[in-house]
Ligand binder design. Structure first.
Ligand code: ATP
Ligand code: MG
Length: 180
């Protein structure tokens, strides 16, 4: 499974339609402060179904729509599409290639598309279930998260590591059975 490309249009600082193609190997995105690096990561989280506006540094979901700049008017719609090579069928979908899109209009109207067909949010989140890639997973570490881990008290840090290692649910089961 590989991320092939990302198309961003009207999302946050990306007023122009922007196509980012990910070549084999590692990709690094560099740029000055405020140039939109984090917005690219947020576009990925958004198209995968992120539901928290705060998690995208906004107050409401409409804050992801390009809000205008000195020389440009605000836009009425944000759209992000992500193309994934699924030829190894790592994701639970029969398609060899997945094109997932999410659109949001200022009116509040929203839609998700999978390979051109309208689908429900659930159909998108189901694709990533059990892969460790879904929302709130540790596969995307935000700015601040690393510091949070370093600055955490030992017990909190341990619980983050346990969460990562998948130990947490066994501890919960153990506590439950000891209480019974
Ligand atoms: P840093 O290096 O400081 O982490 P960065 O490259 O990660 O910076 P981002 O946080 O991705 O930068 O981009 C921030 C910019 O995006 C800000 O200039 C902000 O005004 C702009 N921005 C965020 N939301 C919108 C929006 N809805 N419309 C227009 N611009 C937006
Ligand atoms: Mg950033």
């Amino acid at each position: 499974m590989k991320l092939k490309s990302l198309e961003i249009n009207g999302f946050k600082s990306f007023a122009d339609k922007t196509l980012i193609e990910f070549k084999p190997g590692m990709t690094t995105i560099v740029g000055p402060n405020g140039s939109g690096k984090s917005n690219i990561i947020e576009a990925i989280r958004w198209v995968m179904g992120e539901q928290s506006a705060k998690g995208l540094r906004g107050d409401t979901m409409a804050d992801v729509i390009f809000s205008g700049s000195k020389n440009r008017r605000a836009m009425g719609r944000a759209e992000v599409s992500m193309v994934i090579d699924n030829s190894d069928h790592y994701l639970s979908s029969p398609y060899n290639e997945l094109r997932i899109s999410r659109r949001l209009y200022r009116s509040g109207e929203a839609e998700y598309l999978l390979n051109g067909s309208k689908v429900r949010l659930r159909d998108i989140t189901d694709i990533f279930i059990d892969t460790g890639l879904g929302r709130e997973s540790f596969s995307i570490i935000n700015q601040g998260k690393v510091e949070e881990i370093f600055n955490a008290k030992a017990a909190d840090r341990r619980s983050i590591i346990e969460d990562l290692a998948g130990v947490f649910k066994y501890k919960q089961n153990k506590a439950r059975s000891q209480n019974e």
